[in-house]
Write a protein that binds this ligand. Structure first.
Ligand SMILES: Cc1cc2nc3c(=O)[nH]c(=O)nc-3n(C[C@H](O)[C@H](O)[C@H](O)COP(=O)(O)O)c2cc1C
Length: 284
């Protein structure tokens, strides 16, 4: 097998290999995200960008558990206008970047889409699944009607492909995905973090300032695999698997479950250049 055979074709999105940096894990800085393709990723997803600047939650925002992380960063981001200026600096370079966006209503999603759409990137990923920020995450992402409305309005505003990033924290995964695909979404990303808390034994208190956060890393891989498998059983659209991938065997598990490509989050925090080893492993 040759490196060319790693190519991942997903509708209008064509990547040199099936590994992507997942949203948010390398922070809000665009320069961290644009390094990932140089480290061997087929593409990279930015931090989720909203209509206005957000500071995020106070520290602590991250707690280590046996086989993963619990995080509640609170969607810190510079806001769409400032991020658009950052994107201007890479306009014309044709970098394989997906821009993740969030909002509290269709109108907010549309505002962010309008501000960013003329910049040079390959697709939007709608964050419909943050488990720890009220009003902008799973309140929308667990409601099939709200998901359909957001997808339909964003699709009407851009000719770029639109991905929907789904939540594992719902019993209605298929219903939500049905709404997204029915509204014309181009691809599904599965999944965001699993709602969780961590407790600090020394203080006797929850570890995170926000108390509630999202679990990522190896602990969630079987959940993410189940979501991808169920989605593939029901839909023909391309699927990006995400959750707990840190070795080539994990990536292959997702491809066998029906994913077209795989995002790496927590594993890319420890090793930002993890992609080449995994790509070589898939080839072996
Ligand atoms: C510190 C941190 C920040 C994250 N920020 C975002 C974000 O801004 N938008 C988003 O859609 N997902 C965000 N995620 C979720 C990841 O993109 C990914 O879906 C999740 O971590 C599961 O993948 P993993 O197990 O490979 O980390 C974040 C995860 C972590 C650990």
């Amino acid at each position: 097998m040759s490196v060319a055979q790693l190519r991942a074709v997903m509708g209008k999105v064509n990547l040199p290999n099936p590994l992507l940096l997942a949203s948010g894990v390398r922070g809000a800085s665009l320069s961290e995200v644009t390094k990932a393709p140089g480290f061997g990723a087929g593409a990279a997803v930015t931090k989720s960008i909203g209509p206005e600047k957000r500071e995020g939650y106070p520290e602590p925002t991250l707690a280590s558990e046996d086989s993963g992380l619990v995080n509640a960063a609170g969607l810190p981001n510079p806001g769409a206008e400032a991020f658009s200026r950052e994107l201007e600096s890479v306009n014309g370079l044709h970098l394989p970047i997906l821009v993740s966006i969030f909002g509290g209503s269709d109108e907010e999603f549309v505002r962010v889409t309008d501000i960013l759409d003329d910049r040079d990137f390959i697709a939007f990923e709608l964050n419909l699944s943050c488990p720890h920020v009220a009003g902008v995450g799973t309140e929308i992402g667990h409601d099939p009607a709200a998901v359909a409305a957001v997808v339909r309005t964003v699709k009407s505003k851009t000719s770029k492909p639109v991905f929907a990033k789904l939540s594992p924290n719902t019993e209605n995964l298929i219903e939500v995905a049905q709404s997204a695909t029915g509204a014309g979404v181009d691809e599904l990303t599965a999944v965001n973090t699993v709602r969780a808390i961590s407790i600090d034994v020394a203080s006797g208190r929850p570890s995170l300032s926000n108390v509630y956060g999202g679990l990522s890393g190896g602990a969630i891989r079987p959940i993410a695999l189940r979501c991808v498998y169920e989605l593939r059983d029901n839909f023909d659209v391309p699927i990006l698997g995400c959750g707990g991938v840190s070795t080539w065997e994990h990536a292959v598990q997702f491809l066998l479950a029906g994913a077209n490509a795989v995002q790496l989050g927590t594993a890319a925090i420890a090793d930002p250049a993890i992609y080449n080893d995994i790509n070589l492993g898939i080839l072996s």
